[in-house]
Structure formats: C-alpha cells, structure tokens
Design a protein around this ligand. Structure first.
Ligand code: GLN
Length: 207
C-alpha cells in the first residue's frame, strides 16, 4: 500500500487517480500509523514553502515521515512536497525543510534571464543527470508538466534530471530511498504514469 500524506496541502485527488490507473492501492492519510504500515510514501504539496512546512509540523506527521525515510522506505516528494525534502526554502522568508536532501529551494528568478515568464508553467523536457530507477520507463527528452516559481539549488550530487527554462533547473532528485520530482507526474500523462509505475516497483515490492 502507498500512503499519500494528507497534511492539508495537496494535489491528492489526481495522485490517487494516477495510482488507481496503475492498479496500485493508494490511500490518502493523515494517520501516522498508516505511514508506518505503508510500503511507500508520497509527500504531495502545492502552495508556499513556509505555509506547507508549518502545516506538516502542525499535523505531527513530520517525525513519522523522517523515521520512515530513515528506515529505508521509499519516499517520493512531488512539487512542493519535493521542495520540503531540502534543508531550507526561501519563499516569503527563510523556512526550514525536512533536511532529507542537502540543498536549498530558491526563486527561479534568481537563476534565469529577466523577462522570462514566472511561474514556469507547462510541459518541459527532461535532461538526465544521474541514473535513477524512477526513470526506468522514460527516456531523455520526454516532457513532463511543471508549475513552479522556485527550484532546488546546491544539490548537484542528488540531481537525477534537470529541465531547461532560461537556465538548467532541478527537475528531479534522489538520495538513496528518498526521491523528488519538481514536476507533477500525476499531470504528466503517460510519461508521468511511467514514473509512478517505476516508484511502485521499487525494491521489488508490488503496490
Ligand atoms: N505549484 C506550486 O504549488 C508551486 C510550489 C512553490 N511555491 C513554487 O513556486 O515552486
């Protein structure tokens, strides 16, 4: 079973639909014991970094999430959920993240030439940087759907894919059993489903 963490911030419905399309059992939950029971965990999220980090801590799910990640359970952060995996985010001030992946989340505007439309919204191609089991069914150049104004920086050792939007932006990361996608696999058609399918298949367990 896959647990989709419900901490009041998220694209939960479309994610559950994606797993249903894959024939995978996924449950939306705010219950720490379900996180412990789950084979894998999805940390979704939309909105602002600080608000989401506060809500996650207020929900009391941050500690169980860290414990499960430390135990080796596969964890996938999506969009803002991926950003929360890092040490800190700088959206409306500086906020602490979960610290599962070294790096910071900074405004795209700091990295790209002026005049580029921000948020970066739309389909963009993946450029692979490091091999990852999550991309076992997708190929370089495949397009996925982004909606973001911030992106992870200072995490080169963990970047599995980037996308070019005025500059090379972090699109996906991995550190051992902890994975992140800045794009929305659940809104990225068959390519996104193929990434979620690969997540389901991690460590040989079925969903
Ligand atoms: N789509 C979102 O919720 C965006 C998340 C984050 N605030 C960003 O702009 O990168």
């Amino acid at each position: 079973m896959i647990a989709i963490v419900d901490y009041g911030v998220g694209n939960l419905f479309s994610l559950r639909s994606s797993f249903a399309a894959l024939g995978a059992e996924a449950t939306v939950t705010a219950d720490a014991s379900e996180l412990r029971r789950a084979e894998k965990i999805i940390l979704p999220g939309v909105g602002a970094f600080g608000d989401a980090a506060d809500k996650l801590r207020a929900s009391g799910l941050d500690r169980p999430l860290l414990d499960e990640a430390a135990s080796g359970k596969p964890l996938l952060g999506i969009c803002l959920g991926m950003q929360l995996l890092f040490d800190a985010g700088f959206e409306y001030g500086e906020h602490a993240g979960l610290g599962l992946i070294p790096g910071e989340v900074r405004a795209i505007a700091e990295a790209v030439p002026p005049g580029l439309k921000i948020p970066h919204i739309g389909w963009n191609a993946l450029k692979f940087r490091k091999p990852t089991p999550l991309f076992k069914y997708v190929k370089e150049g495949d397009c996925v759907y982004f909606v973001h104004s911030f992106a992870a920086r200072g995490c080169d050792d963990y970047v599995t894919a980037e996308t070019e939007y005025g500059a090379w932006l972090t699109a996906a990361v991995a550190r051992d059993n902890v994975f992140g996608c800045q794009f929305h696999p659940e809104k990225s058609g068959s390519v996104g489903l193929d990434i979620l399918r690969a997540f389901c298949e991690l460590e040989g367990s079925s969903c």
